[in-house]
Design a protein around this ligand. Structure first.
Ligand SMILES: Cc1cc2nc3c(=O)[nH]c(=O)nc-3n(C[C@H](O)[C@H](O)[C@H](O)COP(=O)(O)O)c2cc1C
Ligand code: SF4
Ligand code: SF4
Length: 274
């Protein structure tokens, strides 16, 4: 059976899970291909899979728009569809929204996994390097991640012929979230819009390696006159900021001296993955 694992990832949490998942599927004898969803890869999506697995990080209680766009380009033809997401704290109805979309595209939705991972937003915006806050934020993550994935893949094996659709239920506290928390959040942060025009690369640290240019899922970064330039097509995934090898990228007056994070560098997490 051919499994396609498509995922979106900013800092790398979802990417880490996608890699482990691909490895486990392969061990179980599946043929697997794994691809990151970017605005470039969206143009060349391969649809020859028997099982589609879609992974995404939760941003503002939703899946990134690009993931929704990805599903909308698929034709399910009654094939199996699984999702997984990574979250810092609370995923709202993100998984349900994606499942509804997949059903509309004629997929047979069969399962969802959710992992608590260090918040890439909280680390960048709130945690000074080497602080207690950094330690605390990095320690917040699901345990036995590998085991959970193994059990999940096993359940697909056992369930190979089953047609049952496991509906992801709406959470009972969503009206409270929508009615009170979200407006409050918007009032204080205007969601991510306030950050979009504040990305910059320090000219003294940046060595113009172009990593950020190739790495941005939205192709929102360019280099001109030896300067890194950020456009406004930014989903604030923070990939550029966390993955710049020189740690040269900041959100002006927000992230200076704060943590630049990658899950593979988080000792506690890599143990958890093994
Ligand atoms: C812009 C932004 C918004 C986020 N919003 C949420 C959220 O609403 N709920 C939540 O639980 N985590 C939220 N997070 C945390 C991420 O979901 C979490 O760190 C995730 O594992 C990141 O995955 P990635 O490294 O693959 O991008 C947010 C992170 C970012 C960067
Ligand atoms: S990844 Fe960092 S060092 Fe490389 S070009 Fe971008 S900002 Fe400069
Ligand atoms: S410019 Fe925006 S969309 Fe691109 S990597 Fe940076 S945060 Fe993500």
């Amino acid at each position: 059976m051919k499994t396609g694992i498509y995922y979106f990832s900013g800092a790398g949490n979802t990417e880490c899970i996608a890699k482990i998942m691909a490895e486990i599927f392969k061990i179980k004898g599946y043929s697997v291909f794994r691809k990151r969803i970017t605005n470039t890869s969206l143009q060349t999506i391969q649809q020859e899979y028997d099982i589609l697995v879609t992974g995404f990080p939760v941003y503002f209680r939703r899946a990134p728009l690009m993931v929704q766009d990805f599903i909308n380009r698929q034709a399910g033809h009654n094939r199996k569809f699984f999702t997984f997401c990574t979250k810092g704290l609370y995923s709202g109805n993100a998984a349900r929204e994606i499942q509804i979309l997949a059903k509309e595209r004629s997929f047979k939705c069969s399962g969802h996994l959710e992992f608590l991972m260090p918040g890439s937003d909280a680390l960048a915006l709130m945690a000074k390097k080497n602080s207690l806050t950094e330690k605390i934020f990095k320690s917040i993550h699901s345990r036995n991640i590998r085991k959970q994935i193994e059990d999940f893949v096993k359940s697909i094996d056992n369930n190979a012929a089953a047609a049952a659709v496991n509906e992801i239920k709406a959470k009972w506290y969503t009206p409270f979230d929508n009615g009170i928390i979200k407006p409050l959040e918007r009032y204080f942060t205007n969601n991510h819009q306030i950050f979009v025009n504040r990305f910059e690369a320090s000219q003294s640290s940046c060595n113009l390696c172009r990593h950020c240019v190739h790495n941005c899922p939205n192709a929102n970064i360019a280099i001109s006159d030896n300067r890194v330039l950020f456009g406004s097509n930014c989903s604030v995934c923070l990939r550029c900021l966390h993955q710049c090898p020189q740690e040269a990228i900041e959100i002006r007056n927000k992230t200076e001296n704060n943590v630049k994070y990658h899950p593979a560098m988080t000792k506690d997490l890599s143990v958890n993955f093994s």
